[in-house]
Design a binder for this molecule. Structure first.
Ligand code: SAM
Length: 287
């Protein structure tokens, strides 16, 4: 089928199939072929690549991914859309449509099963998505902490969230999710996307981020669980000093003061001013 990434084709499909784009599922479809091409370009796809797409919708991005990558596995939660997708993707033999909730799926299992290979032999793969915005945080955490063999993620997110993920210490945009993204990946902006290229049109602009998985963490952390517990505690009470914020972790104040001194951190600082390396030093001193 022709590209669905035009306002005319998308509207015609929506009318013909009697679809009602659901806000509750974050359904804002891309209707600009140029943006679709740029997203696919950012993923640097070739015939050797396997791509997992989250939320193919009507297939605008899927069609482009299928033209560039070796294999595409597209996970869609909405069964009505799945019926339409089998038409918009008809003839694309390298696409597998999967009905399901991306938050609940083990991506490595899915890719290994789709490629018919053992999970232990799985090559790295890529994830590309115009994300349904209501799942941005949980899906990012799932993809980052799931220990999947994902080498690169190209993800469209709300602009405001995108800037938060890239934020450096010291400002109010910097938070636990910025630290997680920067710990696991090297994030960069691939593209700024105006709200005008979607149907229906959302209330905010978007950013496409390119998150390249690091082969090695940027700071030495012996216990990642502890590292992220400290970070969550620091940002949960961001107005407090780091000494008081860490008090929620049930350790004596005198103990905490010693730990911070050992880590070389002024106890009066706020968590939002601490770098990844400083959080790592606290977690090392904690043990
Ligand atoms: N990729 C299409 C595009 O760019 O035009 C649609 C993107 S739309 C922003 C998000 C899509 O994700 C919708 O099709 C929606 O039904 C789907 N979706 C929402 N929640 C999902 C979930 N938990 N798992 C998989 N897909 C989901």
């Amino acid at each position: 089928m022709d590209s669905v990434a035009t306002p005319g084709r998308t509207l015609a499909l929506v009318r013909e199939k009697g679809l009602v784009p659901r806000k509750s599922r974050g359904q804002n479809f891309l209707v600009d072929a140029n943006i679709v091409r740029k997203i696919a370009q950012a993923a640097e796809l070739g015939p050797g690549d396997t791509v997992v797409e989250i939320g193919p919708g009507l297939g605008a991005l899927t069609q482009e991914l299928a033209a560039r990558a070796g294999r595409v596995i597209a996970i869609e939660i909405d069964r009505e859309l799945l019926a339409t997708l089998t038409e918009t993707l008809a003839g694309k033999v390298n696409v597998r449509l999967v009905a399901g909730d991306a938050l609940k799926l083990n991506f490595d299992h899915l890719v290994a099963e789709s490629l018919g290979i053992q999970e232990g032999r799985l090559p790295t793969y890529k994830v590309v998505a115009n994300l349904p915005y209501y799942i941005t945080t949980p899906i990012l955490l799932h993809l980052l902490t799931g220990e999947f063999r994902i080498a690169l993620m190209v993800l469209m997110v709300q602009a405001e969230v995108g800037y938060r993920l890239l934020a450096r210490p010291g400002g109010k945009e910097y938070g636990a999710l910025s630290v997680a993204v920067q710990y696991y990946t090297e994030p960069a902006i691939a593209l700024r996307v105006p709200r005008t290229v979607f149907y229906p049109r959302p209330e905010v602009d978007s950013l496409v981020l390119k998150l390249t998985r690091r082969t090695r963490p940027p700071v030495a952390v012996a216990d990642e669980d502890l590292f992220f517990r400290l970070i969550r505690a620091a940002f949960n009470q961001r107005r407090k000093t780091i000494l008081n914020a860490l008090g929620s972790l049930e350790r004596e104040k005198a103990d905490l003061t010693r730990i911070l001194a050992r880590a070389g951190i002024d106890p009066r600082r706020r968590g939002e001013t601490l770098t990844l390396a400083e959080f790592a030093r606290i977690s090392q001193a904690w043990q």
